[in-house]
Design a protein around this ligand. Structure first.
Ligand SMILES: Cc1cc2nc3c(=O)[nH]c(=O)nc-3n(C[C@H](O)[C@H](O)[C@H](O)COP(=O)(O)OP(=O)(O)OC[C@H]3O[C@@H](n4cnc5c(N)ncnc54)[C@H](O)[C@@H]3O)c2cc1C
Ligand code: FES
Length: 253
């Protein structure tokens, strides 16, 4: 785990109640017992928001030249306060938390399945898989056209991008599983992130092996308080430290 100061370079509205936050490192301090390591796909940062006791976990969407991008939705007071922050504001950020997606698990063809705010964490993974020469198909699900985020960014990186909307305003009408059933993409490994109910249905519908990025309410965010524990087939696991990404076969839905 690393604790660093970042400056907000950009904090802009990209969809209803949804913001893209770009952070530039100001200073860096490795925790005494920790080891500095590169930030990976599927990891999250834990941001201290002044006036709030607990940090707020947000997934990393992109990383370039030390800059971190996260995409977040305003759901409560903490994210509302974050949305009001302007460029130049300094933030205390923990990085190097948790275990992200494993690009090594994909042999040749990857299927990425994201729903809503579960789409951004798959972007850095899509870039990594393409850099490794894999064929990448992304299936991105939203409720309606206005809520679509990052579709163009995924199109610029992936071999194929399928979009579904619940109201049918763009792409396949229905859920990500309807788009997958319609297109029947080939894959040898899948990666999913989104609402729990979506990931459960995806894991049940897809025969192949895969992994899912879970969300749980967090306390410390670093493995100490056990506040984020879930039951798995291998016993209790902490989402913040053992996850947030877990193999499909480990999960008890
Ligand atoms: C590993 C991880 C990665 C995440 N990545 C993202 C991301 O990339 N983008 C994003 O928008 N959000 C993400 N979240 C959720 C985000 O952390 C919460 O939305 C945020 O902490 C809410 O803070 P708040 O003060 O605005 O809301 P609060 O006032 O704390 O809560 C408002 C509402 O949001 C719900 N809520 C709060 N925290 C969570 C949570 N962790 N999981 C589920 N529901 C919650 C509460 O039950 C309540 O209904 C992630 C959460 C985790 C654990
Ligand atoms: S939030 Fe404290 S152990 Fe996970």
């Amino acid at each position: 785990m690393n604790k660093s100061l970042y400056t907000i370079a950009e904090n802009v509205l990209i969809a209803p109640r949804t913001y893209r936050l770009v952070l530039v490192p100001l200073s860096f301090r490795a925790e005494p017992e920790g080891r500095s390591r590169e930030i990976c796909h599927g990891e999250f940062v834990d941001i201290a928001i002044p006036g709030f006791y607990l940090r707020r976990p947000l997934s990393i969407c992109d990383r370039e030249d030390g800059k971190l991008t996260v995409v977040y939705r305003v759901v409560g007071e903490g994210t509302k306060a974050l949305a009001e922050m302007t460029a130049g504001t300094e933030l205390d950020v923990l990085t190097g938390l948790g275990n992200g997606f494993d690009p090594e698990s994909c042999r040749e063809e990857a299927l990425l399945v994201g729903g809503g705010l579960g789409v951004p964490p798959l972007y850095l993974l899509a870039k990594e898989l393409k850099a490794r020469g894999k064929k990448v198909t992304a299936v991105l699900g939203f409720n309606k056209a206005e809520e679509i985020i990052l579709a163009d960014e995924f199109r610029a990186v992936c071999d194929e991008v399928l979009v579904s909307t619940v109201d049918g305003s763009v792409g396949v009408k229905g859920f990500v599983t309807d788009a997958i059933a319609a297109a029947n993409p080939t894959y040898d490994y899948f990666y999913t992130c989104g609402p729990m109910v979506m990931m459960k249905v995806v894991c049940q519908a897809l025969d192949g092996p895969g992994e899912a990025s879970l969300e749980e309410r967090m306390g410390c965010g670093a493995g100490f308080c056990y506040g984020c524990s879930i039951q798995t087939k291998n016993g209790p696991r902490r989402v913040c430290k053992d996850g947030p990404v877990f193999k499909k076969e480990e999960l008890l839905w």
